[in-house]
Design a protein around this ligand. Structure first.
Ligand code: CP
Length: 321
């Protein structure tokens, strides 16, 4: 595997899930694969789970790891071509990327959407420059529009906790005080619609429609209560306006309706549903304390599975070197 961005990069999902369970049984089984190989993790944005789980997965596979926080200690990077670099950015990404590629075998990139220009974000400019100019396999550690390591971990978690063959999984929008990217819900929708045994329903206020290229095959239900009825899993997430129905609203907060916050009444509409969230989560906005602290909350095992999803991805990349 040379890139890991979309669900198709992983091939057969049942096989990938079986591989995840194999690695979970013995996390060090493939330790020989990473010997004398180096992972470079590049962060343009903050992280807790991705930083730790990716590093842990790489160490399980015997790799050396270098972590670069671009905005803390490195030269400030220019990302646009054709600019006169007379500001505070000392180095251009087009030199920095091939230099980074000299020091490693695999590169992970975290680079969020700027939420100002939809075309720029959805063209994945930063990620694609790494793919084009680094000369190394590249995987997304949450980019402008996707977060596949999270979605794969979510799928592993649903497989582990489901009580019926084809669970009803509800992706629900919830309110937030800051404008957030659409990467997590995009990938979640993409992976759940690709999974053979998931019945995905997406619920959100009107105007918050995600890009159809990620949601094709999912049911959209604008009535949150109807969506929750009979749900086996509730996956809460905020995202800013994707600008599909009203392009001028891209990246803005156009709904602050607190009735969308997931509380115990919402969960009572479900089929004893499990509560999921990718974390970090803002309590009182996305979810109430009692729901996230309830026995039905599986946010911690979900986060733990980030190590497993990343182990499968790095294993595949190491095997293809
Ligand atoms: N879920 C997730 O990617 O968490 P971090 O932003 O902390 O890495």
């Amino acid at each position: 595997m040379k890139t890991f961005i979309n669900v198709e990069d992983l091939g057969n999902l049942n096989q990938a899930l079986a591989e995840a369970q194999e690695i979970k049984q013995d996390r060090f089984k493939y330790q020989h694969l990473g010997r004398n190989k180096t992972l470079l993790m590049i962060f343009f944005n903050n992280s807790l789970r991705t930083r730790l789980s990716t590093q842990k997965a790489a160490m399980n596979l015997g790799m050396n790891v270098i972590v670069l926080d671009v905005n803390a200690g490195a030269w400030k990077l220019e990302t646009e071509r054709g600019v006169i670099m007379n500001g505070d950015k000392s180095e251009h990404l087009l030199e920095a990327i091939p230099v980074m590629g000299c020091y490693c075998d695999i590169i992970g990139v975290r680079s969020f959407a700027n939420l100002k220009d939809r075309d720029y974000d959805y063209a994945e400019m930063v990620l694609n420059q790494f793919i084009k100019y680094s000369g190394k396999p590249v995987f997304a550690m949450e980019t402008a529009t996707v977060h596949p390591l999270q979605a794969f971990a979510d799928l592993i978690t649903i497989e582990e906790y489901k009580k019926v063959e084809r669970p009803k999984v509800v992706l629900t929008w919830a309110p937030h005080c800051r404008a957030l990217p659409q990467a997590v819900p995009n990938s979640f929708a993409q992976w759940m619609t690709a999974a053979p045994d998931v019945d995905l329903v997406i619920t959100h206020p009107r105007g918050y429609e995600l890009d159809p290229k990620f949601t094709q095959g999912a049911r959209i239900e604008y009535d949150q209560r109807k969506a929750f009825e009979g749900a086996d899993f509730v996956y809460a997430k905020n995202w800013s306006n994707p600008g599909i129905t009203t392009p001028a609203d891209y990246g803005k907060i156009t709904c602050e309706d607190m009735t969308w916050t997931v509380d115990t009444e919402h969960m009572s509409w479900t089929n004893d549903g499990k509560f999921m969230h990718c974390l970090p989560v803002r309590r009182g906005l996305i979810v109430t304390d009692d729901v996230i602290e309830s026995p039905n909350s599986i946010v911690i095992p979900e986060a733990a599975n980030r190590e497993i999803s990343c182990s499968v991805v790095l294993k595949r990349m190491l095997e293809a070197l």
